[in-house]
Design a protein around this ligand. Sequence first.
Ligand code: PPS
Length: 573
Amino acid sequence: MSSLNEPHGGELKQLILSETDSAALKERALEFESWDLTERQLWDIEMLLSGAFSPLEGFMGRADYDGVLDNMRLANNTIWTMPITLDVTEAFAEKVSDGSEIALRDPEGVILAVLTISDKWTPDKKNEAVKVFGSEDTVHPGVNYLFNNANNVYLGGTLQGLELPRHYDFRELRNTPAELRAKFQKLAWTKIVAFQTRNPMHRAHQEITFRAARQVEANLLIQPVVGMTKPGDVDHYSRIRCYQHLIKQYPEHSTDLSLLPLAMRMGGPREAIWHAIIRKNYGCTHFIIGRNHADPGKDSKGNDFYGPYDAQELMEKLTDELGIKMVPFQMMVYVKEKAEYMPVEEVPEGLTVMNISGTEVRRRLAEGLDIPDWFSYSNVVEELRRTYPPRDQQGFTLFFTGLSGSGKSTIANALMAKLMEIGGRSVTLLDGDIVRKNLSSELGFSKEHRDINIRRIGFVAAEITKNGGIAICAPIAPYTATRAGVRADIEPCGGFLEVHIATSLEVCESRDRKGLYALARAGKIKEFTGISDPYEAPENPEICIDTADCTPDEASEQIILKLDQLGYIKGGK
Ligand code: PPS
């Protein structure tokens, strides 16, 4: 372990051991109890080991944790606003005690660090949520993670690092705090203003960064978060390709782009202070805080979790002690008559303010609509168009659900033929019977087995959708929650349309094409959907068809028209 004193940035706690110490510890660590780090813990440990979370020297113990919750300070009174804890299962916690050394492994089993445990406790998660995030509402991603993902026992202690987590993408843009400090020193950059982002940058963001750098006469570091951000955000690969285009618009040699391997918590003001401390560790002297910094969006009642400038107010109070200065900014908007960007509150009365929200950008991309030049650069928009092609170039899943004999397979087959006639995408039919023969032959019809079956279908359909194909799924899929899970898996990959074949039980039973209803009534088939097993009808399917009223041909035509209306196919049939 080493400490590095630099002209600015303060003491850096780098926790990676020397090569010899590391080799010796690695050998011993093979005998330790080992914990497989979760995705968020992997990001946290990278920040801890590199020194980006200085002055922390490991996962927080009880005293630091309580101090952070109650006063936004570590036990030694240093400002720190976000709890950094190692959450483990009760079963694992039982195997270890204070003084134990445990090996922390990445998903491939590589030991990244050894934790010497100093504290073990069961946190009061509600108390943590209220104190850190000011809310118990699970719409808040930080609260949701705490209540629904984090394990129930926390371990605190110091870390001895063996190696940093490995990344294979954009290596040239990844720097540790020590590397970035050394780079700034080499370039003789003495004032550096950092810009934090988790979104693609457009002209408004660029304007903020230009103005901030000019205002404090500093060089600029654009440091986007590439760890965990808000669910639903643009993936970091696409974002970085956008930043790489944008960076060419900055004066050469004055601006740097470096990736931040941080798992955000979307904690508003507390998160802003945390971000500032991190930037100080990377050697920056100034930090831009705009409107709604690290904002989680609206709560379940439609209210804001934090005020738009709460983060700036908190930073204002703490800035002297933090050793990094804030460059506050209001929202930048485009003023039509002046053909330039201005802070929203400085726009003279009567002028036309223009802005396009992130949601509106997504809508325009999905529908292949124009995104004007005043908003962004054409190569940035082009990059986003590649990631979010218009709907007629996206993959999609048609997820049929309905009773046995309702007509799912017949309609699905007719639809498949029509879609193949239209062409342009590959079409895969995952029919209930076909899947049971090829993917799920060992499964029966208990709730557990049906759920496994549907999740498998969902997994395959998500892969097909992601790769631009059409998946037509036609299982019974009797459970609402399972169908909702499949939707959640597929929607981020492309389109998802639930098709309820709502043919009534009476009609299905009267048809009894396979003779299964008769067997079910006679008790010869157990757990038969509609007879001796439940079917939960969808409440809001995209399409609802009752085959008592139409032929399979008409039903499939109805679906084609819906796809046309939603923009998934052009011109229909
Ligand atoms: S599920 O619930 O979605 O996993 O069911 P699925 O995979 O679609 O399988 C349904 C087909 O299996 C036949 N079958 C049964 N269905 C319902 N309940 C029981 N107990 C049962 N046993 C066999 C039936 O032929 C279903 O095919 P379809 O095409 O739906 O008629």
